[in-house]
Design a protein around this ligand. Sequence first.
Ligand code: NAI
Length: 511
Amino acid sequence: MKSSPLFFAVSSKISSCRKLFVTQSWRNYSSAAQQPHDLIVIGGGPGGYVAAIKASQLGLKTACIEKRGSLGGTCLNVGCIPSKALLHASQIYYDATHSNFSKWGIQMSPVNLDFPSMQQQKDKSVKNLTSGIEFLFKKYQVDYFKGEGTILGNDQVLFKSNQTDSEQLLSTKNILIATGSESSQLPFLPFDEKFVLSSTGALSLQHIPKRMIVIGAGVIGLELGSVFNRLGSQVTVLESNTERISPFLDREVSHTLKKILEKQGMTFKLGISVTNGHVDTLNKKVMLELESNAKGSTKAKEQIEADVVLVCIGRRPYTQRLGLENVGISLDEKGRIPVNDHLQTSSPSIYAIGDVVRGPMLAHKAEHEGFSVAEYLAGRSIPHLNYNAIPNVIYTHPEVASIGQTEQDLLTNSIPYRVGKFPFVGNARSKTIGEGMEGFVKVLTDAVTDRILGVHIIGMYAGELIAEAALALEYGASAEDIARTCHAHPTFAEAFKEAALMAYDGKPLNI
Ligand code: NAI
């Protein structure tokens, strides 16, 4: 490698970079440049910042390079956190305008919506959290480099500052790639963030569109579609799957969720291919051409229009300008960085985690992987991640949460199973809330061993309840273990105990 033309090209690039650094940014980074780091993390999202903090806590000299200008990645800046703030605020507004508050003895005067203030409040939550991570970096002495990192060699990263326009060569024993993902777009309808929105554009809208089309009934489509539906937009969701929304969910949960969201005012069109589209800037609307892809359909074309279109058809790994070619790392067919069980790439000193590698694109999965790599590098433990015990939450109202295998997975894999299901209508705490009675907990167990194989919940606080199921799967609990565990009364969690009781003993108590 050292004598290859690539190395020559890289090393001459390094010398010029070094010169640049010496003249322009020595003052800022002198100590960092003199001593090699043990670990340089590229990307300061949930995977990267967790890895950086943990590695530093374990005594590794650690740096994190992040170009966004604030830490926390997509999740904190333009994803999970701002969407949860808007989901919360829009639900308060929806309750105030749609619920029968007087039955609780609460009289309302007219309710007015100040959307810019709602957005400002959301921005405050984001700022609060992102600056919190910066504080933690200082506290745990993680060197924070604001700019772009490009890998030049197995132990070298070129840092380009986005503050001073300077460059600096950093040497390191290990590199961790945690660069995340970006929204996929339709080739004929690129994002302009005015009429054609990615989730980022939708989260920063300053007005409520009258008509919104959402393409993709996945996690983002259902969450952001819910936000704007609650705030008064007429929301139509187009989904290519012919049978159900969020096809990765347990079928029964998916059907129940669709019915509930339809009752809330959202419209779904399943089995739809968007074949073309354009923005009519003169009339300020977007036109889409649709075709049914349902079996036996006539493929008749339909045209629909809206004020804005939100495209959420998945995300793709982000590896631009990372310099993977400099270290011989090639991407798989989905654009992901291949890694082994230790999250190590084909170059042993370079690791990769989160959305940029295989597995679900979830913040907590990335965190989990980042934590493991830090421990591994510090010589503490070998990564041992149970990818079957990663919970998935959709923050609609009610929430949906699932973990492990669905009934369809078990059927496909011919695994004999038992089902325990308990509706929230039989749960005491739900009854005190009224609307909390929607949904159920479904527990799937191995028919022979009683071990829990999957848990699927639709209902209020499902996102919190799934933590108990995660623990159950991680520790290999049986349904009997859960059914015999004392649960506080009255709590929503009792529904999990009842569903487990049904799976193990044939019937629940309270229904
Ligand atoms: P997704 O993978 O959740 O859903 C995409 C949906 O679009 C699927 O239902 C798919 O069948 C459909 N689809 C794909 N191409 C289509 C087309 N051309 N026309 C119509 N429908 C089409 O992707 P999404 O919602 O964009 O989210 C991206 C990632 O971010 C996911 O991995 C998700 O898990 C993650 N995320 C997680 C959140 C959470 O944990 N609450 C919140 C937001 C995002």
